[in-house]
Design a protein around this ligand. Structure first.
Ligand code: MCA
Ligand code: AMP
Length: 499
């Protein structure tokens, strides 16, 4: 059998074609048969536009069933699927198109003018528009195209997707994920989280990250589950559909926003089997409060774009707040010191992982790739933590200078470079401070060099960087605190501005 992820899905939902695959609040219903048909039409269309195996398909569109079918169509055609955050600015998209050199770029109708310019500049042969309904767009074109049922015959190592992830230095890197990476991880999770026939997934995450696309949708489709598909997280809609669902996957902000609803509790969760949290640390307090209010203990797991899911608290067994659980079956996790020596239980160091989930390297960056792997194949995650005697991992920080806001990763370096280039800024430091809603909020500390005000900084940042990366607060200082090595002491800044 082919290792193409789509073929594995099709084999599992093949005799359940009449079952609902996706339902929407607007009354939309797509069965597994419908999804199979629509993805075959997208595959045919992609092939017609010259998407051969290994060609890239870049998608930056709002969440829709069309977007999901395009993803599945790309898998079928053997394309490398590259979803982009809709919040990215033109400058950011320009970089991705030039780096990925796709055969086709599918964007939002309202972005057409800029996209034409960007696609032309990057030499992208085809530009297509896709809205959230099948009207007058690439989705409509797919509906009119003939289905092409062929599924590219692939090996496990053949690439399925590239997901861009920023870095502590320089520009974003494209993490190459193979069909084997995606299928092994999703199949492991099905088992580990005890998916059962009749499970209904409430889906409110974006479909351009590992969490919403691969963890949530791949597992649901492999289980032939119904997915209640919300455009985005909206606490009212979540409460409306929880009583028809059995599983919710979310970032901690989902849970703090649910708890902020005074009357949220057991009644909302009567049909629920499992609440899962990840992408950012969840506090013990939220864990406790959620359990007190609902009777459900949130299952926290830990993952990364480059690795999919790495560890998870157990389904049966103790889910301990503040820990991210055990290495998933088939995955090895260890903790090392800076030289790469393996540390014993209880000692804190860098978390490393090895397994069929670990990515194939960064797109066209062999040096960056080799820097992040040990000689024996372990991937150096950049997260800091410790294992206990039983093998439970507790994350205790990050070796990388990273802010996680509402489950989205923000690398200070990128914002600092943008701010430092503004006339009137001598230097800047960007930090994360605790935030009740987003977990962490971005704060910029500016050392001026002449006349510079917040308005100008906001204008420049607004042009260059996606909205979620924008500093929520600006502070001005005469100079940044530095240690004897000359390194900015961000811990002092964090302390100062948290207070
Ligand atoms: C929106 N804004 C944000 C964020 N989201 N600012 C900082 N951090 C964010 N995450 C901005 C908006 O542009 C808006 O700005 C203002 O903040 C308030 O927006 P709001 O309406 O409250 O936001 P929202 O639309 O409700 O979104 C919040 C959210 C969302 C539900 C937390 O960001 C979300 O769905 N996050 C999940 C991200 C995710 O899937 N992460 C997984 C990646 P203004 O009003 O000024 O315009 S990590 C991953 O995949 C790994 C493998 C893993 O382990 O899972
Ligand atoms: P990304 O690169 O966007 O895939 O984000 C991955 C990063 O999110 C990891 O390297 C961790 O720093 C963080 N992360 C994911 N899950 C958790 C969790 N449960 N607790 C703490 N941090 C997490």
């Amino acid at each position: 059998m082919s290792a193409n992820l789509y073929e594995i899905m099709q084999n599992r939902f093949g005799d359940k074609r009449d079952r609902p695959a996706i339902v929407t609040p607007e009354g939309g219903l797509w069965t597994y048969g419908d999804l199979d048909d629509l993805s075959a039409r997208f595959a045919g269309l992609l092939r017609r536009y010259g998407v051969s195996p290994g060609a890239r398909v870049v998608m930056q569109v709002d969440k829709s069933v069309g977007a999901v079918a395009l993803y599945l169509g790309a898998l079928r055609a053997g394309a490398i699927f590259i979803p982009l955050n809709t919040a990215y600015t033109d400058d950011e998209v320009d970089y991705f198109l030039k780096d990925a050199r796709p055969q086709i770029f599918v964007c939002r109708p309202e972005g057409e003018e800029a996209a034409e310019r960007l696609a032309a500049g990057a030499g992208v042969p085809f530009l297509k528009l896709m809205g959230t309904t099948p009207d007058n767009c690439f989705w409509a074109e797919a509906l009119q195209a003939d289905p092409d049922p062929d599924i590219e015959d692939y090996e496990e190592d053949d690439l399925a997707a590239i997901l861009y992830t920023s870095g502590t230095t320089g520009k974003p890197k494209g993490a190459m994920l193979s069909h084997g990476n995606l299928s092994s991880n999703a199949l492991t999770l099905l088992d580990y989280w005890a998916f059962e026939d009749g499970d209904v997934l409430l889906h409110a995450l974006p479909v351009f990250h590992v969490h919403g696309l691969f963890v949530a949708l791949n597992t649901a489709f492999l289980n032939a589950s119904k997915v209640i598909f919300l455009e985005k997280f909206d606490v009212k809609l979540i409460r409306k559909y929880l009583p028809e669902s059995t599983i919710l996957m979310g970032v901690p902000t989902f849970y703090t926003r649910l708890l902020a609803e005074e009357d949220f509790g057991k009644e909302d969760c009567a049909t629920m089997r499992l609440f899962i949290s990840g992408s950012a640390p969840m506090t013990a307090q939220v864990h406790r409060e959620f359990e007190d209010r609902t009777g459900h203990r949130i299952l926290e797991r830990y993952g990364m774009t480059e690795a999919g899911m790495i560890t998870s608290n157990p389904y049966d067994g103790e889910r301990i707040a503040g820990t991210v659980g055990f290495a998933l079956p088939g995955v090895d996790v260890r903790v090392t010191d800076e030289e790469g020596n393996i540390l014993p239980p209880g000692k804190t160091g860098v978390v490393e992982a090895l397994g069929p989930n670990i990515f194939q390297g960064y797109w066209q960056m062999p040096e960056k790739t080799s820097e992040e792997f040990r000689d024996d194949g372990f991937f150096i995650t950049g997260d800091v933590g410790s294992l206990d005697e039983e093998g439970r991992l507790t994350l205790e920080g990050r070796a990388k200078d990273l802010i996680i806001s509402g489950g989205l990763n923000i690398y200070p370096k990128e914002i600092e470079s943008c701010l430092d280039a503004v006339e009137g800024v001598r230097e800047s430091a960007v930090i994360g401070i605790p935030d009740a809603d987003f977990g962490e909020a971005v704060v910029a500390v500016i050392v001026p060099d002449g006349e510079i005000g917040e308005a100008k900084l906001k204008e420049v940042v607004g042009e260059k960087l996606a909205r979620f990366k924008h500093p929520k607060i600006y502070h001005f200082m005469d100079e940044l605190p530095r240690n004897t090595m000359g390194k900015v002491q961000k811990n002092l800044l964090r302390k100062l501005y948290t207070a």
